[in-house]
Design a protein around this ligand. Structure first.
Ligand code: URA
Length: 427
């Protein structure tokens, strides 16, 4: 079949075979299939969908487009977590060292901010000297020696996704469940893992606005992971308000250090423990979630996880103990008494970007010292004049974001039901 015939088959709602998927992905990476044909196919997939077997085949072909991480031994088990992203979502920084303390190895390949959400690599770069550009040999060496790394992906891993994602970004074809599944899962499968947990967020600060959309994406990714031999589960988690109190870069690292010391906000600690427990059970290191959770909690409370984080930071060239700059504080107060009933969480993310804490264009330099601290949560009763948000910013920028932050928080006379932190578990 010619590329045009393959596109037409998908356009008409047909199912693509392994040979057809392999021809287009291979041809695209080799430069034989031009961007305009791949864009047409991506749009046909967005409109017509793909069944579970096609999605797995697409993921496998994308995975095959590059190298994969090779380990000197499959043991200790290699594990990772992927989050679909949110505001204040910083669990990776806590989870990687925490799992390493429990005998697992974590080659965590992370990303930069996407849309309104912050990126793990940007947060880590607020630590003086920290390198996020490890090469394949360094990733392997540090994962096996320290037990964990958090770094960016490398050019050798899944080149098909690098090329296809850039194309999807400019052709309105990002929001397709099979394409998102293949993109995320091919990169995770390239780490050669024993187990993977997915944190699929839903709500006002998430990529997926409804629980139904998040469930559909989670089911698709869990099916592909398990079909391809990696034990995979997902948690559907709430992103109708920021996770933890801090959102930004340096302030998020500081909050992670609090959790690694056994303190920090309860929602951040609880979600990190739940994600970690999934991996300890999937790898059979612990027999059940209760045993796994209490082991993980112990590692936070006795300082072992913080020591491991410090070791990882130093192995990646950073100094955790050098004070990170945090911009001056300004408080935003409530215009009225009532209950916090809604938070436009993405708007909070856009405000942080406006402050310079994220990029508007790829070449922007991030100011890691800016951010916000949420002083209230959904369901809280507030009085008039009570502080709602602490803004960390040079004073001259406050006026740019104050209206955005004010309009992001809705106060009403009557409280509304609050969503659970973990809505569902997908296996
Ligand atoms: N993140 C990815 O890595 N890929 C997608 O397609 C969407 C989000």
């Amino acid at each position: 079949m010619t590329p045009a015939q393959i596109i037409a088959r998908k356009r008409d709602g047909g199912t693509l075979t392994v040979a057809q998927i392999s021809e287009v992905v291979g041809g695209y990476v080799r430069g034989e299939i031009p961007d305009y044909q791949m864009a047409a196919l991506a749009m046909a997939i967005l409109l017509r969908g793909m069944n579970a077997s096609e999605t797995s085949l697409l993921t496998a072909q994308m995975l095959r487009s590059g190298e994969t991480l090779q380990w000197s031994s499959p043991l200790p088990p290699k594990v990772d977590k992927h989050s679909t992203g949110g505001i204040g979502d910083k669990t990776s920084l806590i989870l990687a060292p925490l799992l390493a303390c429990c005998g697992l190895q974590v080659p965590m390949l992370s990303g930069r901010g996407l849309g309104a959400t912050g990126g793990t690599l940007d947060k880590l770069e607020s630590i003086s000297g920290f390198r996020t550009d490890l090469n394949l040999a360094e990733i392997r060496e540090l994962t096996e020696r320290v037990g964990c790394v958090i770094t960016g992906t490398t050019p050798e891993l899944v080149p098909a996704d690098r090329k296809l994602y850039a194309l999807r970004d400019v052709t309105a074809t990002v929001e397709s469940i099979p394409l998102i599944t293949a993109s995320i899962m091919s990169k995770k499968l390239a780490e050669n893992l024993s187990a993977l947990v997915l944190d699929v967020k839903w709500g006002s600060g998430a990529f997926m606005k409804t629980l139904d959309q998040a469930r559909e994406l989670a089911q698709s990714m869990v099916a592909v992971g398990n079909r391809m031999g990696v034990r995979t589960t997902a948690l559907l988690t709430d992103m109708n308000q920021p996770l933890g109190r801090m959102a930004g870069n340096a302030v998020e690292v500081n909050e992670c250090v609090d959790v690694l010391r056994g303190g920090g906000p309860a929602d951040l600690r609880d979600l990190t423990l739940a994600l970690g427990a999934e991996l300890l059970v999937l790898t059979e290191v612990e027999p059940n979630a209760e045993a796994a959770t209490s082991r993980l909690a112990r590692m936070l409370d006795n300082g072992t996880a913080l020591d491991k984080f410090r070791e990882m930071v130093s192995a990646q060239g950073g100094d955790l103990d050098e004070l990170r700059d945090v911009a001056p504080v300004h408080e935003l107060t409530s215009p009225r008494a009532g209950f916090v009933v809604a938070i436009d969480t993405a708007q909070l993310g856009w405000a942080i970007i406006e402050l310079g804490g994220g990029r508007k264009v790829l070449s922007d330099q991030i100011d890691t010292s800016v951010g916000i601290e949420m002083l209230v949560r959904l369901g809280d009763e507030v009085s008039r004049g009570q502080p709602l948000v602490r803004i960390f910013s040079p004073p001259r920028r406050i006026a740019d974001v104050q209206p955005m932050l004010e309009s992001a928080i809705t106060i009403a006379d009557q409280p509304q039901p609050v969503q659970p932190l973990i809505a569902e578990r997908i296996t």
